[in-house]
Design a protein around this ligand. Structure first.
Ligand SMILES: [Zn+2]
Length: 486
């Protein structure tokens, strides 16, 4: 008999952020029914409400990925061991996290298979077959898939052994095109994060010690969570000719010479849902930006008098009119729960706008609207209600971004002093921007002493040539963005 895995009960209360942010996060994920623990160690169940958010993210990203010329395809879940082993640096980076398949049915496999931790190796192998001439380039393919990375410590959405993502893989004729692609997709992620998630991000280049295993350069978008820790929300890698050489992606160039292609890869994952929660949520629970809210409006009818003959039909009419305009609406007419319970429940689940309608409102031809982000309540006439709701949703989306930008800016400090650097990271956390020498061992020293890592080096980083490194006093080469990170 297999050992049965015990699962913890759902929390009834949400821990306040100030008491324990990590506990708050898990409470919200589970109470809002976004995800739950599963009997498989390190693997989560994404529940329908959480999956609906992922589907909205997918739609927003997929639209952008296609608008920039990419197409979707699907590659196998398994990768033969010999394929993975061809790119030495890549293997070294991923080997500790790889899950192996050694047996199929009763037969021990002649060659072990890995469950993909990422797909450069198998996709590169196929590109080698498909690319013969410069005329076959570029290849611009994206895949929506699951991947597995064996994690020791896991946290719902943020770090799980299996997770969902998209991985773009492209091959190009020149180094310049590959670099342009890598930067372009980073820009797509940035725009998505800000427009859809209302989450400002810092874009920049990872240091060598933090870059993707096998890449020439890795760029990232980095967001700041409400506990002052940074979260890497997406990466885009310029793989140079490294994978092309390992996997023989060669082509006849315009001058008839044989050249290796230049490849890129880029991805974002279900981790974005964790980022969304920790960017906007409060002690009441989740706060969803309207663009990613499964329900943008919840209508709660107030059950008084003959409400089923009067209030309910009106609520249904309002819902139909909003749905016709593309608004996602939940009409919660359950008789098993009180209005007060429903208010609390939908607040916890982050619905941007709540509409209350009772017999009195009907008489006055009005409804009550309550915003989740500000908790502001207002009476709104039925006349012109649809347009008003759309304006409110747009206003909430904008207000959430503005609030997150203000929070990020308030929690970003520039300093040239290591004493100040340490005290900031001890106390009020956030981003710390400081001159750095570019030396990996210095980076490690800083990490060991403060737990802060270099999140990235922004493209618009002010020149640091005249400054000394924050830690070792050697001449600085860049201004780096440091933070404690997830
Ligand atoms: Zn240094």
């Amino acid at each position: 008999m297999a050992k049965e895995t015990e699962l913890p009960d759902l929390p009834t209360e949400i821990t306040p952020q100030s008491a324990d942010f990590g506990r708050w996060y898990i409470d919200v994920v589970r109470r809002a029914e976004l995800a739950d623990y599963s009997p498989v160690r390190g693997c989560m169940v994404i529940r329908p409400y959480g999956y609906a958010i992922w589907e909205l993210m997918q739609q927003g990203l997929d639209r952008r990925i296609k608008a920039t010329g990419h197409v979707n395809a699907y590659f196998p879940l398994f990768i033969p061991e010999s394929l993975l082993m061809r790119e030495a640096e890549h293997v070294e980076g991923f080997a500790p996290q790889v899950a192996w398949v050694t047996q199929g049915g009763n037969e021990v496999l002649e060659e072990r298979l890995v469950v993909r931790p990422t797909s450069e190796t198998i996709i590169g192998t196929m590109y080698a077959k498909w690319v013969q001439s410069w005329r076959d380039l570029p290849i611009l393919i994206n895949q929506w898939a699951n991947v597995v990375r064996w994690e020791k410590v896991t946290r719902l959405f943020l770090r799980t052994t299996e997770f969902l993502w998209q991985e773009g893989h492209t091959a190009h004729e020149t180094a310049e095109e590959a670099e342009e692609e890598t930067r372009k997709m980073l820009g797509v992620y940035q725009e998505f994060a800000e427009t859809e998630m209302a989450m400002p991000v810092m874009t920049g280049q990872k240091t060598d010690s933090e870059k993707f295993a096998g890449a020439d350069r890795t760029y990232s978008i980095e967001a700041l969570m409400r506990d002052g820790r940074a979260l890497q929300a997406g990466t885009s890698h310029n793989l140079g000719q490294n994978f092309a050489k390992s996997y023989e992606i060669k082509f006849q160039a315009r001058d008839k010479s044989v050249q290796y292609a230049y490849t890129t890869s880029w991805g974002v994952t279900t981790r974005l849902i964790g980022a969304l929660i920790m960017t906007h949520g409060d002690d009441g629970g989740l706060i969803l930006p309207p663009r990613l809210a499964p329900y943008q409006v919840v209508i709660v009818p107030i059950p008084r008098g003959n409400w089923k003959e009067t209030v309910l039909p009106k609520a249904e009419e309002i819902k139909a009119a909003l749905v016709a305009r593309g608004v996602r609406v939940m009409l919660d007419a359950r008789e098993s729960q009180t209005p007060g319970w429903k208010f609390n429940e939908w607040e916890l689940r982050g619905v941007p706008l709540r509409m209350e309608i009772g017999p009195k409102d009907l008489e006055k031809s009005q409804v009550v609207l309550a915003r989740r982000d500000t908790r502001a309540k207002s009476f709104v006439p039925m006349d012109g209600l649809d347009a008003h709701v759309e304006q409110e949703l747009a206003a909430i989306q904008a207000a959430l971004l503005a609030r997150a930008v203000a929070f990020r800016d308030e929690h970003t400090t520039h300093t040239d002093s290591y004493e100040e650097f340490k005290s900031i990271l001890d106390g009020r956390p956030g981003f710390v921007v400081s001159p750095w020498c570019g030396n990996a061992s210095c980076e490690t020293d800083i990490k060991n002493e403060t737990q802060a890592t270099i999140r990235n080096i922004p493209f618009d980083s002010p020149a640091a040539v005249s400054k000394a490194c924050i830690k070792c006093n050697a001449p600085a080469t860049v201004h780096a963005w440091f933070a404690k990170a997830y």
